[in-house]
Design a protein. Structure first.
Length: 282
């Protein structure tokens, strides 16, 4: 009886010891447009009392749909080894959109798995809803003999704002080159769009009363440039095509400084991970 009590006491004490490795997951919002990058933050805290070197295939994910069906991975990815001192934490961010076959709308459950020297540590579940946007403009153009579809979509990442997204895809080749936000928009006004002679897409959309955002997007999906404008006493800004094939913004007043952001395309590029060599498939 005394041995049984000692064994029980030891098990109870172990239950209350802090975990040597703690892992967490964070996704900044729960609503995503279909094919939009889904950045997942994974955090590792080392409470082991000694430094840890984590290497190899040390990060993976468990992705399931609402019914519990596992979503297969599409691409392998590589993350550099890390050295984590005792008491320190490390956060990495990975875009899982090109890694897993999230090709339908619906609710998805996502967990991160951290492998530390053969011991797997699984994060809690984070839930996201993947939805369709509302198409406000679309045009198909031939690129190297294949029809490439350019679309502008209205989507609300949260209940408090509506944004305009650009998507570039080749359905016949099962490829999505880019899906990302160009910024907040006035939901009831259709953006202006024009192509230049180089095949770049130019978009001008209203972002608020009297304020507009201009974006230039390459055929590859790369965001080349952005700038903000506002209406002037002479009128509002508008896209104009020149005789030389260029597209420019005329009218309105330019607000100082470009606002080009990080490129969010290049084959649905991973945020900090070695990207696949080709665009993500659907």
């Amino acid at each position: 009886m005394r041995q049984l009590w000692m064994a029980f006491s030891l098990m109870a004490a172990l239950c209350f010891l802090p975990a040597q490795i703690q892992v967490g997951i964070q996704i900044d919002r729960d609503q995503f447009l279909l094919y939009e990058p889904i950045p997942v933050k994974l955090t590792i805290l080392n409470n082991s009392g000694s430094p840890l070197k984590i290497s190899g295939d040390w990060v993976s994910f468990i992705v399931t749909d609402r019914s519990g069906t596992s979503i297969r991975p599409d691409n392998k990815f590589v993350i550099d080894p890390i050295q984590l001192e005792s008491g320190n934490r490390k956060t990495i961010t990975i875009n899982i959109t090109p890694l897993y076959s999230i090709r339908e709308t619906g609710v998805y459950h996502i967990q991160g798995v951290i492998d530390v020297n053969g011991s797997q540590h699984v994060t809690p579940i984070s839930i996201v809803n993947v939805a369709n946007g509302v198409s406000v403009w679309s045009e198909s153009r031939p690129i190297n003999g294949v029809q490439r579809i350019y679309s502008l979509l209205r989507f609300s990442p949260s209940s408090t704002n509506t944004q305009v997204f650009v998507r570039i895809e080749e359905p016949t080749e099962n490829k999505v080159y880019a899906t990302y936000s160009l910024g907040d928009m006035v939901s009831f006004i259709t953006p202006e769009s024009k192509f230049d002679s180089q095949g770049d897409l130019h978009v001008l959309h209203p972002k608020g009363q009297g304020y507009y955002r201009y974006s230039r997007i390459a055929a590859s999906g790369v965001l080349q440039n952005q700038a903000d404008y506002r209406s002037s006493p002479q009128g509002r800004p508008a896209l104009q095509s020149g005789t030389d094939g260029l597209v420019m913004v005329q009218g309105g007043q330019s607000l100082e400084g470009g606002i080009k952001r990080a490129r969010l395309s290049q084959g649905q590029k991973l945020l900090i991970v070695t990207p696949p060599a080709s665009p993500s498939g659907k």
